[in-house]
Structure formats: structure tokens, C-alpha cells
Design a binder for this molecule. Structure first.
Ligand code: IFM
Length: 511
């Protein structure tokens, strides 16, 4: 029949994925109705950073290298960059905190550099490192900005890597707990929100499977440019040790500090959402496998005390086992779960792929969607679909007993020159943030227990994926300027006015 054509399955698949993006554009247009005061009492809005990405002063005041210093100094970044100076917050923290205050931030999420505080990973505390973090925390507290502190944001002391392969060794648990102890003891009178690890579910994939992040370990035929490693076992061993280290630090906090300091502690994982490319049973099953390997890998042990059955079935004995005691210690070892959410990815069932950019973890999951090229590129190609956040939060609510959740990272990547007029007039980012914050509000109204939201990132910094070739900041940083001058983007102004609304209405209502 003329005029009737058969759509090829691949075209139909193309449409399912792209329809999502188009519908979302409509959703964004309808926004603007929400305000700060729509969020529950106690809900906190902030923005974030991490030590290696923002501090600079890499060789100053007694700081010794982390695995990131080793990686960047070996010329492993695509743009050959390092975090040696980065945004230089180490020298500009006072003006940065003032900027946060002017923006109206209620909280600032940053991480402590373990190797600045305890340069050898264990042993003596560096007084200058201690002084720096005390000053930063005091400055925040003076301005009424809550410090939310990550203990390990993908960086660990190089000395521990050299000594015993870092988080691949059980020795890591003891050293991490001792480091956490120092932080609780020194800063816990003012810090009430602790995050043990940031994105361990990506750390071990990039660091020990693909090798495209520190500690740059992988094995043939997976990953690229590693001199040593085992992609088949190390991601699982590393994640296991990190989980046990987290549980040990939480136990210490609960036993020795929580009652007096009255803080909260949790862990933060990268939490993408996944959509099956087609509605076929195979793709739907692939989506669930992906969720189990991505979220369940950490959330199942934390909520239920063991890895998801899917993982055990597929990974077998390469997946370490928890003792009864481990499981007990892990279960409920959080006051909140931190989720870093950027968007959703299409997932397609795909039996076994091998190529030199492939990942053994992805081969285990047998999905296509993350496997091609490399995992570290994924965020640059993500479609914008703020409903992915609603789906994620609903899934976490239903599958993991509605835990308290904090969205610790959400933001939009910009590419290229970060200080030109177009980069400063970042209307796309404004739309992105507005649409995601709206989705968040809808999720809360739908019953999710979300306690906070942090934009990634407060200002441009050294990006883990591609150094200074991309940026997420509300503020641009001129990396060609010795003083690293900061410039507000449109998104900073938008976020500021969004946050100010409540203050205005609060003032009005108090009269
Ligand atoms: O910059 C990173 C951050 O360190 C961890 N989460 C993703 C961000 C953007 O790539």
C-alpha cells in the first residue's frame, strides 16, 4: 500500500529514546511555578566541590600526593592537565565562602584531602592541613553555611597505593577508619553531615577495570594503558573493601561521636537512571541488571546486608563474600544515602562484547549503552530528561525502604571555553537545574524522603573526565588568570534568586 512503510526496529528504538527528550522540553517550559518555600522544613540547598578538583596548592604546606596527582603527572589526562592549581580554593577560600553567602547557599559540600591532612595516609597529622580545614569550616559556619563533608572523593593517599594497593587491601579499612576518626575528632563539633565515600561505584570501574582513572589499573583485553591490574576481579574487591571501610567508619562515628556531636553520616553513589532501548523483555531485563550492578552493588549491602542475587549469579566467586558480622555491620550503616544524578542512559541487551575500550564489568552485565567507547565519556552524551530523577527516586523509595536521600550532585556539563559570553550566559544550565529541581519537588510530593539538593558544581574546577575542557560551575573560573578570577554565570544568578525567594517570603510572613 502506498504511503505505508514499515519502520525498522532500530528506527523505532531511536524514536523511543528521543521521544523522552522531546517530551521533557515541554516539561521545562511549564516550569517556573515552583519556589524555594515549596520544599519541606529542614530541606537544604547547596552546591559542591571536591578537594583535588578545586583546592590546588598540591605541593604546599606539607601536602603529599594522592593517586590523582600520580595519574595526572604521568600525563594521563586527555588535555594533559593536572589539579596542581585547579581553582586555587586553598588560597581563595575566604572570598569563595563570601561568594557562597552572596549567592544564598545554605550548604557547601566539599571534601577533605586525606593526603593533605595525613600526608602518608596513616601516622602524623599535618598541622597546616588541619589548620586549612578548620579555617574553611569556621568561615562557612560564620556565614551560617552548613558544611557537608566528604572524606574520600575519589582520591586516596598515594603512599597507601604504593604500600598495599590502596583499597584492594583489607589494611585500607583500618587506615580509613583512623583517618575518619581524626576528622570526627577535629571537625565534628561543627560538621554535622559526613559522607564517607563519593561514587565508589564508579571509582573501581574507572580505576580498576577500564584504568582510565587512578590508580590506572586494568588488564588485557579491557581498558587501556595500564601496566598492572586485573579488570576481572579488582573492581569487585575494591568495592567490597570500600563498603567495609564505610561500615567501619560509621560504626566508629555512632559509637564515639554521634550522640555528642549530633551529626549524620552516609555514603554517596553515582545514580544514573536507565531506560530500555526497546520494550522487549531482553532490554527490560538488561535495564534491571544494569540497576542491580550500578545501584544494587552498594545499596543492597547497605539495606539488606548482601549483594544482589543477579550479581552473585553472574559474577560468581569473583564477587567477594560478606561474613555474618560484615553483613550486620553494613545493614543500616547510613543516616542518609547520597545520590549523584545527572541523567538517564539507554540500555540494550547485548551478549558479550570485547574491545580494547570495553569494560569487564559491562561484559558481566551484558548490556550495550555504557560499553561502547568508555565509561568516562558517558556524561557528555547524556540526554536531558529530568523525569529520570523522579524514576530513580521512586525506584529507591520502593526497592530500598524509602531511605533518607540527599541529591549530592546534579548539574550540566558545558564544553570548551568556559569564560566567553556564551559560557557565562548558560541558559541551558538554568533550564536543566530548574527542571531537575521541579522533578525533585514532585518526587517529594510523591513520598520520597529527600533531605537536600546540591548543584554540581559551585565553581568550575578540574574535571575528572577531561580536565579543563569542560565545566559545570555556577561560577566560571578563569584558568588563564594567575588569580583564578571567578565570574558569575546566569545559573548562579538564577539559583541565587530561587534561593532568595524563601528568604523574602520568610521576611514577609514574619511581619
Ligand atoms: O566532577 C565529577 C565529580 O567529581 C564526581 N561526579 C561527577 C562529576 C562530573 O563529572
Amino acid at each position: 500500500m502506498v504511503g505505508l512503510m514499515r519502520l525498522s526496529p532500530s528506527f523505532i528504538c531511536f524514536m523511543c529514546v528521543h521521544a523522552v527528550v522531546m517530551v521533557d522540553a515541554h516539561l521545562q517550559l511549564s516550569s517556573g511555578l515552583m519556589s524555594r518555600s515549596d520544599f519541606p522544613t529542614g530541606f537544604v540547598f547547596g552546591a559542591g566541590s571536591s578537594a583535588y578538583q578545586i583546592e590546588g596548592a598540591a605541593a604546599e604546606d606539607g601536602r603529599k600526593p594522592s593517586i590523582w596527582d600520580t595519574f595526572t603527572h604521568a600525563g594521563k589526562m586527555i588535555d594533559m592537565s593536572t589539579g596542581d592549581i585547579a581553582s586555587d580554593q586553598y588560597h581563595h577560600y575566604k572570598e569563595d565562602v563570601k561568594l557562597m553567602h552572596e549567592t544564598g547557599l545554605e550548604a557547601y559540600r566539599f571534601s577533605i584531602s586525606w593526603n593533605r591532612l595525613i600526608p602518608d595516609g596513616h601516622g602524623a597529622v599535618n598541622p597546616k592541613g588541619l589548620n586549612y580545614y578548620n579555617n574553611l569550616i569556621n568561615e562557612l559556619v560564620d556565614y551560617g553555611i552548613e558544611p557537608h563533608v566528604t572524606l574520600s572523593h575519589l582520591d586516596i593517599p598515594r603512599s597507601l597505593q604504593d604500600e598495599y594497593d590502596g583499597y584492594l587491601s583489607p589494611k585500607f579499612i583500618e587506615d580509613f577508619t583512623a583517618y575518619a576518626d581524626t576528622c570526627f575528632k577535629e571537625f565534628g563539633d561543627r560538621v554535622k553531615h559526613w559522607i564517607t565515600f563519593n561514587e565508589p561505584n564508579i571509582q573501581t570501574i574507572t580505576g580498576n577495570d577500564l584504568g582510565n582513572g587512578p590508580p590506572n589499573r586494568c588488564s588485557y583485553p579491557f581498558g587501556v594503558n595500564c601496566s598492572t591490574g586485573n579488570s576481572t576481579t579488582e573492581p569487585y574487591i575494591g568495592a567490597h573493601m570500600i563498603l567495609l571501610s564505610h561500615a567501619s567508619a560509621v560504626q566508629l562515628y555512632r559509637e564515639n561521636y554521634q550522640e555528642i556531636q549530633k551529626g549524620q553520616i552516609g555514603i554517596t553513589i553515582l545514580a544514573l537512571w536507565f531506560e530500555p532501548v526497546c520494550d522487549s523483555p531482553d532490554d527490560i531485563a538488561a535495564k534491571q541488571r544494569m540497576l542491580d550492578f550500578h545501584l544494587g552493588w552498594f545499596l543492597d549491602p547497605l539495606v539488606y546486608g548482601d549483594y544482589p542475587a543477579t550479581m552473585r549469579n553472574i559474577v560468581g566467586s569473583r564477587l567477594p563474600f560478606f561474613t555474618e558480622n560484615d553483613s550486620k555491620q553494613l545493614k543500616s550503616s547510613y543516616d542518609f544515602i547520597g545520590l549523584n544524578h545527572y541523567s538517564s542512559l539507554p540500555v540494550e541487551d547485548q551478549p558479550i562484547t570485547f574491545n580494547k575500550y570495553g569494560s569487564d564489568y559491562i561484559r558481566d552485565i551484558s548490556v550495550k549503552g555504557l560499553s561502547s567507547k568508555s565509561l568516562h565519556q558517558m556524561k557528555s552524551t547524556m540526554p536531558v530528561d529530568s523525569r529520570s530523577l523522579q524514576r530513580l527516586l521512586e525506584y529507591v523509595n520502593l526497592k530500598y525502604k524509602n531511605p533518607a536521600v540527599v541529591i549530592h550532585e546534579n548539574g550540566l556539563r558545558g564544553h570548551g571555553d568556559n569564560c566567553n559570553a556564551q559560557a557565562l550566559n548558560d541558559t541551558e544550565r538554568v533550564e536543566y537545574l530548574q527542571s531537575y529541581i521541579e522533578s525533585l519537588l514532585l518526587s517529594i510530593r510523591n513520598g520520597s524522603d529527600v533531605r537536600g539538593y546540591f548543584v554540581w558544581s559551585f565553581m568550575d574546577c578540574f574535571e575528572l573526565i577531561d580536565g579543563y575542557r569542560s565545566h559545570y560551575g555556577l561560577y566560571a573560573v578563569d584558568f588563564n588568570d594567575a588569580r583564578r578570577k571567578r565570574y558569575p554565570r546566569m545559573s548562579a544568578k538564577w539559583f541565587s534568586s530561587f534561593l532568595a525567594k524563601e528568604k523574602n517570603s520568610a521576611k514577609i510572613s514574619s511581619h
